[in-house]
Structures are given as structure tokens and as C-alpha cells.
Ligand binder design. Sequence first.
Ligand SMILES: *Cc1c(COP(=O)(O)O)cnc(C)c1O
Length: 433
Amino acid sequence: MQFHSTRSDTLVCIEQAIMSGTAPDGGLYVPELLPRFAPTDFDGNTEFASIAAQLLAPFFAGSSLQNELDAICADALNFPVPVRTLEDDAGSLAVLEMFHGPTAAFKDVGARFLAANMARIIEHGEYAQPPVTILVATSGDTGGAVAAAFHRRAGLRVVVLFPDGRVSARQQHQLTCWGDNVISLSVRGEFDDCQRLVKEAFADPQLRARHSLCSANSINVGRLLPQSAYYAKASLDYWRATGQRCNFIVPTGNLGNGFACVWAKRMGMPIDRIVFATTANTTIPDYLASGDWQPRPSIPTLASAMDVGDPSNMERLRALVGDADALREEIQAAAVTDDIIRATIVDEYARHAIAWCPHTATGLHVYRELAESLRQDAHWIVVATAHAAKFDSIVEPLLKTEVEPPPELAELLNWPASYDTIDPELPELASRL
Ligand SMILES: *Cc1c(COP(=O)(O)O)cnc(C)c1O
């Protein structure tokens, strides 16, 4: 299959789409068509990695990666994505736990799949001259997932830029504990300075060529595709057990995770309703309500990984579905304030003795607020996008108890960390590359 930009019809192969990230015209790569499955096509296929391989096979057909897709999925998607049912008087509620990967957030899925693909594309000797340098600016979650995914991958290096003193202690540890082919740089400035430096580096043709610079940001189609697979797995499991379609509530920021859910549904997975939960960054719910697309600067909230005022993947969603009228038929969205996030973390702990992260809390609140008619006779799955222990400084004071990190995260927290600090100037960055 081939891919094209949301802004043109020119086709490129999947290797090209993955290695270049964004299209030259500034648009986002999308597949020329979506394959269509029946749930029964997956009969006998029960594992996350093998469901992913079957679902994604049409996208890789005809590419140099086609025969390696099974191996890529087995390599990248090597952790469980369990659905945990919660006792609930008011309806049927479960949580899709996306925090069993190395950095305890769903971004491990996309980052690991992207890394497994890039490593093979480079090995094949096309599209990029090794060593390829992945340059990533992060305000927290993304950088850790990308560093973990590319750590010790042959032919690849990662340079992570984060704002000095502005990420939490645990987050910083996940950005700086890798060594080997991962360089961590603390930038004297804000996240915006980190992002500007990355942009300046990519805009410098010499620097770009000398280091074969590549990006691994969340709009890369190689990160988005595998995310459809956990929606496929969770919805197929429920459909096999009950013959019913399930509904999803997706905590949403840049709209990658939510968009992947729409893809899974459009590919024929047994999914009924899809609801996006946002923070006080209400660009998406406002658009659905008013029909006016009004991107704006982001506002910091407790669910920091969802603080996006101009969600990039809306461009893909509108290209696929249409304008606000068409979108309303397919999705809903609701915003959740910080006060409600706090209250939800406390309430849900009282209910089930489980600590949820601030992002997941937005989804749980949206479930509680659903009209009764939507909750009854319907099964809802809230996506738990990260483990609460990643956000200990928010969650622990609210619950007045310690939140144990999951084993993968606990292991990382024991590794020694190291990083350099630089001024927010391109020559400083260039000298470290
Ligand atoms: C990135 C992230 C989100 C938001 O996901 P998008 O794909 O940007 O919508 C939500 N929760 C957590 C924990 C994240 O890291």
C-alpha cells in the first residue's frame, strides 16, 4: 500500500512515510485506503502482537518490510495490554491498561513499533545513511518512550532535549538513564526552546545531512498504525465473549490515540461509540459544539501529556471523516477540569482502591457523566494511558499513600542517570551531535 499527505495526492511508500515523519507540504501521511475486516477474519488469532500483524499486513503489502512484519510486531509489541473489569453499579465498565511497557505509558506501543521499523529500513540500506540520529524535544512522556524504544538499536542514535528543571524527577530519570546510543540534554529554557532547537537543526541542511537527522514525533504514521491494534484486541476480546460491540473513552491530547481508535472502527473492528476526554484544553469539544476550528496556545493542566491547544491529528480525522457535522455522527468529546481530575482520582480510589493517573482520570470522569441511557446495556472501556506511579507528585498527596511503580518502571528508576546541560542555541546542540 502507498501513503499520501493529507494535503496532496502524491503517493509515497511506507518506508518513505516512516523515515520522513511529516510530508514535505506540511501535511500528515495517511494510507491511500483503509482495509476492511470482519471480526471473524481474526478467528483463532488471540495475541496482541499477532492481531497487530494481521491488522497491519495490508499497509505493509508490497513494501520491503512485508515479510518482516510478524517479527516487527513480535519485537515491538512484547508486553501485555490487558483489560481490567471494574465493579460498577451504574453500568459495565472496564479499563484498557496501556501501562505495561518499558516506560509505563501507551506511547511505548508507537515508539517501539517505529523503532523496530526504522532499524530494519536502515539495515536494508535505503532511505537513510546510518548512523541515523533521532532528535526529539520532550516535555515529559514522549522522550522517555522514544529513548527506551531506540536504546541499543543498531544504526540509530537518539538525542533527547528536555527543559532544565521543568520535568518531574521521575520523568527526568526516564529521559536520562539510558546511556549507550542515547544522549540526554537538559536545555536551559522552556519546552518551546527545546522544540525551536529541534526545528532549527532540521532546517540546517548541512547538519541534517551530516547526522541523517530523523524525527520520531507522534504524528509519524509508524507510531499511529500500531495503536489501532490494541483497540482491535480489546474489542475482539469483548465481541468474542459476548457477541457485542464495546465503546471506548480515550483521554486525548494531540489526538493520536483517539484517531487510532477511529481507524480501528473503520477497519471493521467491533466498536460502537468513541468518546474523547480532554483537559481544559478544549479545542476539540469546542469544535464539535460550534463547528469552528479554533486552535489556541495550550494551557498547563495536571494531565500534562494532554495539554495540546492545536491537536495535529485533527487534520487526519477531518480528512477521513469530514467536518464537524460528519464528526458528530462518529465521535463525542468532553472536557475535564483540574479540580475534577483531582476529585476523580480520590473518588475512584475510594471505589476500587486503584490509583489512576491524571490522564486516565479524565476518561473515568467522562464515563461517570455519560447519560444513563448510554451507560445502560452498553460496555465501556476507558483507556488507562499511563500508570499513576509516573505522576507520583500529583497522585500521592491526593491519596495520602504511596503508589508502587510497576516492575518495568521500578527497574528503570534504579539505573544511574546522566545528562549534559546546554544553552538553548543551535551551535551548542550541534557540538553535542
Ligand atoms: C500522550 C499522552 C496522552 C495523549 O495522547 P494523544 O495521542 O496525544 O491524544 C494521554 N495520556 C498520556 C499518559 C500520554 O502520554
